[in-house]
Design a protein around this ligand. Structure first.
Ligand code: ADP
Length: 663
C-alpha cells in the first residue's frame, strides 16, 4: 500500500478522500489554488502545494503542475476525485510516464467511455441494451435529420463528449431540428472542444438508475447495486438514493449484470458507474462514468463499504475486498446536494461568505460530506456545493424521515441555498411514494417553488426576542466595561423601568414594513404582532447565533444571524431575511429630571429647543446606536430647560441629553 498520496481536487471530495487515507495511515498531499490557501481540504491534508491562480484552468486542471507537486512531496499515487482531471486520459498517461499511480481506470477505458458514441458501440457489442438512437461517425446535417426521423420525434440531440447536461437539446418536431442541432454543437464545441453529436429517442418520463461497478487488476468485477438519481434540475442530480424505489428484483439483477458486462467489455479497473435510463420496466444504457461519482456515499451507506478504500486497494494492486456473493444491500440511503444557489432564480449560483453554517449532527444515520466551514466563502471560481447530506435507515420511509429532519437542522446564512427546495422535495407526497422520474421537478413545480411567504408571528416574535436579548446582553457588557455593573442602564429593560416599558421594532419583510412591540415583563416579554395578537415569550441567547425561546408556552429553537442591516431567522428548515428598519425605544426621565442616553451613539435629530413646552410622549430627540434609531420621548408634560447636544454629536452611554422641568 502507498505511504503517501496526492489528492488532485478540492472541496468536499478532497476532504472525503483525505479522511479515508488518514484512517488507513496513508499521508496526504493537498494541492490548492490562490483562492484556496485556507480551504478545508488544505487543512485536512498533511502537506499542501500551491499550484496556481484561482481559475481551475490555471491550477486544478494543469496536470503538469500536479505531477510536479507529487514529485516534490514524494506522493506515490494521485486520487483525482471527480470533475477536474478525473476523466482526463492524457493526465492518466502522464502519471504513468512519471511512475505515479493514477487512481482510475486505464487511459484506454477513459477514452472509450469519454465518448458517448464510442461507448454505445462497445455496449452494443457487449449486448447491453441501448436507448434507440444513432451514434455513427457520419455527422452530416442531412444524415442526422434522417436518423432523427427514423427514430421518431421527440429526440434528444446529445454531445458525444458531453457531461453535466451540456450540449443537449430536446427536439419535439422536425421543424426545430436544425436550430437545436446548431445550438447543441456550439455548446459542445465551447465546453468540450468536440461537437460530435449523437441522437437518441427522447424518453418521455424515465428514471435515471445507475449501477456502481468495481474492478481490480486481477480481472474481478462486482457491482454494488444501483442508485436512483432521477430527481434532477437541468439534467443535474439533486437528490439520489439507494436502492432505487420499487425496482423489480429481476430487473435489478439484470441491470447489475449489465453493469458488470459493461466493465468487463472494456477491461475496466477501479470504480465506475454505468448509467441507465429506466422506463416501462425496461432499461437502456446511456453512458459510463470512469470515476468515483458525487453520489457514491449512498452506495457506501447501504453496503457498509468505503469506496475510497476500495480505490486505494485496487490502485495498489490488491484484489477487491469482497466478492459479489459477499455483498448485500442493507436499508435505504438518501443524499441531498446542498448548494449555494437560488432555486427561485433558476438555480443561479449564490456566492459570498458563509456567515453562519450549522450542520445536522453526524452519527450512524446522518453523514455530512463537506469542504467548507463557517466563515469560508463560496467563490465564483468553483462549484457552489456546500455539502452532501447523506442519511441512512432501515427502510425508505424511515430514511426519508431522517432526511427531512436533517434538512430542517441545516442552517446557513450569508448565501442563498437550496435547502428549502430540498425540504420541499423531501416533503412531497409523490416523492414519499417513490414516484420519482427525471421530470419530477418540472411536474411538481408549483409546490416545489412556492411564492415567498410573509414572516409568520413566530418568526417575527423570534426576531424581536433576538433584538431585545441582544440589546440586553450588550448593555450588560457595557455596564461591566464601564466599571459600574450596577448602572441602571445595564438592565436595558425597555430602556427604563415604568409600568409599561416597551420597545417598538420595525422590520422589513419583503416589501412591507411591519411593527412588533415588545413589552417588558418581570418574567419575560409580551409581543404585540401586526395581526393584533399578543404572545408571551421568553428566551435566551446561546452560542453561535442560537436562540432558545418559549413562545406561549411552546419551546422553540432557532438561529438568528445579524448580517448588516438584515436579520436572518433560521427555523424549522426555513430561512427568513428581515430588514431591521428601526427599533424605537422610549426613555423615561431619571430622578434628576434629565433624559440620558441609553447607550453610546450619535444624535441624529433634535426636535425641540430650550424653552419649548412639550407633552408626555412627544418625540424630543432621535439617537442612533447599533444601527438602530431610538426616539427619546418626553416622560411627562413639561418644559425643556436645556438641550445638551446637537444633531451629529456623539454621545456617551448615560450622558444627559435633555434636561426638563415641570410645566
Ligand atoms: P451528461 O453526461 O451530460 O450528464 P447523460 O447522458 O448522462 O448526460 O444524461 C443526463 C440526463 O439527461 C439523464 O439523467 C436524463 O435525465 C436525461 N436524458 C439523457 N438521455 C435521455 C433520453 N434519451 N431521454 C430522456 N432523457 C434523457
Amino acid at each position: 500500500m502507498f505511504t503517501k498520496i496526492l489528492i488532485a481536487n478540492r472541496g468536499e471530495i478532497a476532504c472525503r478522500v483525505a479522511r479515508t487515507a488518514r484512517r488507513m495511515g496513508i499521508k496526504t498531499v493537498a494541492v490548492f489554488s490562490d483562492a484556496d490557501a485556507g480551504a478545508q481540504h488544505v487543512l485536512a491534508c498533511d502537506e499542501a502545494v500551491r499550484i496556481g491562480p484561482a481559475p481551475a484552468a490555471e491550477s486544478y486542471l494543469i496536470g503538469a503542475r500536479i505531477l510536479e507537486a507529487a514529485k516534490l512531496t514524494g506522493a506515490q499515487a494521485i486520487h483525482p476525485g471527480y470533475g477536474f482531471l478525473s476523466e482526463n486520459a492524457a493526465f492518466a498517461r502522464a502519471c504513468a510516464a512519471e511512475g505515479v499511480v493514477f487512481m482510475g481506470p486505464p487511459p484506454e477505458a477513459i477514452v472509450s467511455m469519454g465518448s458517448k458514441s464510442e461507448s454505445k458501440r462497445l455496449m452494443e457489442a457487449a449486448k447491453v441494451p441501448l436507448v434507440p438512437g444513432y451514434h455513427g461517425d457520419d455527422q452530416d446535417d442531412v444524415t442526422l435529420l434522417n436518423e432523427a426521423k427514423r427514430i421518431g420525434f421527440p429526440v434528444l440531440v446529445k454531445a458525444s463528449a458531453g457531461g453535466g447536461g451540456k450540449g443537449m437539446r430536446v427536439v419535439r418536431a422536425e421543424g426545430e431540428f436544425d436550430a437545436a442541432l446548431a445550438a447543441a454543437r456550439r455548446e459542445a464545441k465551447n465546453a468540450f472542444g468536440d461537437d460530435t453529436m449523437l441522437i437518441e429517442k427522447y424518453l418521455d418520463n424515465p428514471r435515471h438508475v445507475e449501477i456502481q461497478v468495481f474492478a481490480d487488476t486481477q480481472g474481478n468485477v462486482v457491482h454494488l447495486f444501483e442508485r436512483d438519481c432521477s430527481v434532477q434540475r437541468r439534467h443535474q442530480k439533486v437528490i439520489e438514493e439507494a436502492p432505487a424505489p420499487g425496482l423489480d428484483p429481476k430487473l435489478r439483477a439484470e441491470m447489475g449484470a449489465a453493469g458488470v458486462a459493461a466493465a468487463k467489455a472494456i477491461g475496466y479497473v477501479g470504480a465506475g458507474t454505468v448509467e441507465f435510463l429506466y422506463q416501462d420496466n425496461a432499461f437502456y444504457f446511456i453512458e459510463m462514468n470512469t470515476r468515483l461519482q458525487v453520489e457514491h456515499p449512498v452506495t457506501e451507506m447501504i453496503t457498509g463499504q468505503d469506496l475510497v478504500e476500495w480505490q486505494l486497494l485496487v490502485a495498489a494492486g490488491d484484489p477487491l475486498p469482497l466478492t459479489q456473493a459477499d455483498l448485500s444491500p442493507q436499508g435505504h440511503a438518501f443524499e441531498a446536494r446542498v448548494y449555494a444557489e437560488d432555486p427561485a432564480r433558476d438555480f443561479a449560483p449564490s456566492t459570498g461568505k458563509l456567515v453562519h453554517l450549522g450542520q445536522p449532527m453526524e452519527g450512524p444515520h446522518v453523514r455530512v460530506d463537506t469542504g467548507v466551514a463557517q466563515g469560508d466563502s463560496v467563490s465564483i471560481f468553483y462549484d457552489p456545493m456546500i455539502a452532501k447530506l447523506i442519511v441512512w435507515d432501515r427502510d425508505r420511509a424511515a430514511a426519508l424521515r431522517r432526511l427531512r429532519a436533517a434538512l430542517a437542522d441545516y442552517k446557513v446564512a450569508g448565501v442563498s441555498t437550496n435547502l428549502e427546495f430540498l425540504g420541499a422535495v423531501a416533503a412531497n407526497a409523490d416523492f414519499a411514494e417513490g414516484g420519482v422520474s427525471t421530470r419530477f421537478i418540472e411536474t411538481h413545480e408549483e409546490t416545489l417553488f412556492p411564492d415567498r411567504q410573509p414572516a409568520d408571528g413566530e418568526v417575527l416574535t423570534l426576531a424581536a426576542l433576538y433584538l431585545v436579548l441582544t440589546e440586553r446582553a450588550e448593555a450588560a457588557s457595557r455596564a461591566v466595561n464601564s466599571g459600574d455593573p450596577f448602572s441602571p442602564w445595564s438592565l436595558a429593560n425597555g430602556w427604563r423601568l415604568n409600568d409599561d416599558n416597551h420597545h417598538a421594532i420595525d422590520l422589513k419583510d419583503g416589501g412591507e414594513t411591519v411593527r412588533v412591540v415588545v413589552h417588558y415583563r418581570r418574567d419575560g416579554f409580551e409581543v404585540d404582532l401586526p395581526d393584533g395578537d399578543r404572545v408571551g415569550v421568553r428566551g435566551e441567547l446561546e452560542a453561535d447565533g442560537g436562540l432558545s425561546a418559549e413562545i406561549s408556552g411552546l419551546a422553540r429553537r432557532a438561529t438568528v444571524v445579524r448580517l448588516g442591516e438584515d436579520l436572518v431567522v433560521l427555523t424549522k428548515g426555513k430561512q427568513h431575511v428581515l430588514g431591521v428598519v428601526s427599533a424605537v425605544g422610549e426613555v423615561e426621565a431619571d430622578a434628576g429630571g434629565g433624559l440620558t442616553a441609553p447607550m453610546p451613539g450619535k444624535v441624529v435629530q433634535v426636535m425641540v429647543a430650550a424653552g419649548d413646552t412639550v407633552t408626555k410622549g412627544q418625540a424630543l430627540l432621535v439617537l442612533e446606536a447599533m444601527k438602530m434609531e431610538t426616539t427619546i420621548a418626553a416622560p411627562a408634560d413639561g418644559v425643556v430647560k436645556d438641550v445638551c447636544f446637537g444633531a451629529g454629536d456623539q454621545v456617551d452611554d448615560g450622558a444627559a441629553l435633555i434636561v426638563m422641568e415641570d410645566a
